[in-house]
Design a protein around this ligand. Structure first.
Ligand SMILES: [Fe+2]
Length: 198
């Protein structure tokens, strides 16, 4: 068992320097939420996942709630890590879409542009997350949506690109203009990171 660390002020600075999409204020508010997910995930591990001191001592309704929240909070952490990681670094000299990815987009969606249109539509429709994934059973690349952190993921799919479509991710910087947020995200994807996940 490994305790998950909450983010410190230094982590905030690192994240801020590493991306060109959000203002400091927006990102800080977002990462405070992240720390809440960390604290609850640790609590589920240490307090409730023990027959002696945990779930066995509380009522069924609350046990169900906690079991559901366990995957909700942990999936949220994992998705946020992937999202922050696939944001482009403004100091990065070159950030071109690698040839290998271009080939995948063309083969799966006809053109790179078609993939982009489909991903942006998924991002617009989703109230939670939009993901570009590889699904091994059908051997397909897909843009999918998750309406909640632990709802909609394809089990076994390889997550290649993550977009946070929750309002908390953008309302300080973009207000109700989700379209602008999506467009700016598309220009701030760290393609090297995405390629590394193939
Ligand atoms: Fe978020």
């Amino acid at each position: 068992m490994k305790k998950i660390d909450i983010l410190t002020d230094n982590d905030f600075e690192t994240f801020f320097d590493r991306q060109g999409l959000f203002t400091r204020n927006q990102l800080e508010e977002h990462l405070k939420l992240y720390n809440g997910y960390v604290e609850r995930s640790n609590e589920y591990m240490y307090r409730y996942n023990s027959a002696k001191s945990g779930l066995a001592l509380i009522g069924v309704k609350e046990r169900f709630y906690i079991k559901n929240k366990e995957t909700y909070d942990l999936d949220s952490l994992i998705l946020h890590d992937l999202f922050i990681e696939n944001l482009a670094n403004p100091n990065q000299q070159e950030n071109y879409m690698p040839e290998k990815l271009c080939g995948i987009f063309e083969e799966s969606f006809g053109t790179v542009n078609n993939w982009g249109i489909d991903f942006k539509e998924a991002a617009k429709l989703s109230k939670g997350w939009a993901l570009f994934v590889y699904e091994p059973l059908s051997d397909t690349y897909r843009n999918i949506i998750l309406e909640s952190h632990n709802e909609g993921i394809i089990i076994g799919a390889k997550i290649l690109l993550v977009f946070d479509a929750y309002e908390h991710a953008y309302f300080i910087d973009f207000g109700a203009n989700k379209k602008e947020y999506i467009e700016k995200f598309m220009q701030n994807i760290n393609w090297e990171v995405v390629e590394g996940r193939l």
